[in-house]
Design a protein around this ligand. Structure first.
Ligand code: ZN
Ligand code: ZN
Length: 438
């Protein structure tokens, strides 16, 4: 009898949960026209890093109209919106706002034709080629749902619209502007990012290390130039640079343990003007990727050591040793808290079905969302990936057909409908899981 009653109760709860699931999806479907308009607006009006004034103003106005306490101008154009619903955890949801200096080639009717001045004074085309227009729209979409359902959760919701992600500067700027002192400090932090290789409507995740430390290093290789016919009277920086580029490959292959992901790429090499002139210098530009602080330190130390060591081996005097400069445009790696990831992935699987939720390999790309979780004491964080490409295109590419444009490509065009709906539903459900009433 008791067992039967429990069974009925459990069945009833199951029906209630299913009904609540269906409710959320239906509410989002009813809101969808509004969200797609907003998405097209953001897509057509992209703004470069550090220039996100209009996007920020629009998001601030949207969130204010929903009853959030909104503060503008945090760490540049950053927006912070707070809604407090009594005792409970504080959950931070982050969307980033900046676009890229890319000329859009998608052919979409709402494609960007924007040309603007970047923070260095260059005039460049501008496009949302990293899907941050999806992120902004999803943030507003989630805010609309959670504000409408505010009697169904408790705790504090902290929404942030972050500038300058592409420069690795925005999270740092918001934190330095007192994000976690002037506003409630989060117990959890969540973000989503579009994925250019997952079907729209699908979700990807990687527990643990998910994206990489990104460092930029410049090496000025010095020499003593002269006539190309008289190498004996010079110290040739071209040959030295070639040795340095080759020797740098041993960092990953011979020094970092095989199980620790690391990348050292020399993406740019420039020196000289003419066939028969040995130049005075060659410039190298490197991107350096790692997950842990230890591997990062090992790579950065190794680059300097190898560059100087090769110069010594070429017989250069100390005043002509290479100058190695580490850029302060550093993006820290991101760690998805395994416990939090497991908890949220369960929510996704029960809502969307396990076939639409994929465990994926970590990437060596960067995302400065990782910086929030690194603040001591560490904040359990999760960034998950939102599929954003038509399923048939993903399948065709997998069969060897037309390759999919990657993020930052001039042809990256997220499919708005399933992407936005799934993004809003996933993030709303994740927040509700953490803010559920006891
Ligand atoms: Zn990007
Ligand atoms: Zn991005």
């Amino acid at each position: 009898m008791k067992a039967a009653r429990l069974l009925v109760l459990a069945f009833g709860l199951g029906i209630a949960a299913t009904a609540a699931r269906a409710d959320l999806a239906e509410d989002i479907a009813r809101d969808y026209a509004y969200l797609e308009d907003l998405y097209r607006h953001f897509h057509t009006h992209p703004e470069l890093s550090l220039k996100e004034a209009q996007s920020a103003a629009r998001i601030a106005a949207e969130l204010e109209s929903l009853g959030f306490a909104v503060t503008r101008g945090i760490g540049g154009h950053g927006v912070v919106a707070v809604m407090e619903r009594g005792g409970g955890p504080t959950v931070m949801l982050r969307g980033d706002m900046d676009a890229l200096p890319v000329e859009e080639q998608t052919g979409l009717p709402y494609a960007s034709r924007v040309v603007a001045e970047d923070h260095l004074g260059n005039t460049v085309p501008v496009m949302h080629a990293c899907g941050h227009d999806v992120h902004m729209t999803a943030l507003v979409g989630v805010a609309r749902r959670l504000a409408a359902m505010k009697d169904r959760w408790r705790g504090t919701l902290l929404l942030i619209a972050q500038p300058a992600e592409e420069l690795g500067m925005g999270a740092k700027a918001m934190l330095e502007d007192g994000l976690f002192e002037r506003f409630p400090r989060p117990d959890y932090a969540l973000a989503l990012h579009t994925a250019a290789d997952l079907p729209a409507g699908h979700i990807g995740y990687a527990p643990g290390w998910a994206y990489a430390n990104v460092d930029s290093v410049d090496i000025l290789v010095k020499g003593r130039g002269g006539h190309g016919s008289r190498p004996e009277s010079t110290k040739d920086p071209v040959v030295l640079a070639a040795y340095i580029v080759t020797a740098l490959q041993t960092l990953v292959s011979r020094e970092v343990p095989p199980g620790a992901p690391a990348v050292v790429t020399v993406g740019s090499i420039h020196g000289g003007t003419k066939h028969n002139i040995i130049p005075d210098e060659v410039r190298l530009q490197l991107t350096v990727r790692s997950f842990t602080d230890e591997v990062r330190a090992q790579l950065l130390e190794g680059i300097e050591r190898i560059a100087v060591g090769q110069a010594r081996s070429a017989g250069l005097p100390e005043e002509l040793w290479p100058k190695v400069t580490l850029s302060d445009e550093f993006t820290p790696s991101g760690y998805n808290d395994p416990g939090l990831t497991e908890r949220i992935v369960k929510v996704f699987e029960s809502r969307f079905g396990a076939a639409r939720v994929h465990r994926r390999e970590p990437v060596m790309g960067g995302e400065d969302f990782g910086r929030y979780g690194r603040e001591e004491p560490r904040i359990p964080s999760l960034l998950f990936w939102m599929g954003s490409v038509a399923a048939e295109r993903v399948e065709a590419a997998a069969r060897g057909g037309e390759p999919l444009p990657s993020l930052h490509s001039s042809r990256f065009a997220p499919l708005p409908e399933p992407t936005l709906k799934t993004g809003v539903e996933a993030m709303t459900a994740a927040a509700l899981e953490l803010l559920a009433k006891p």
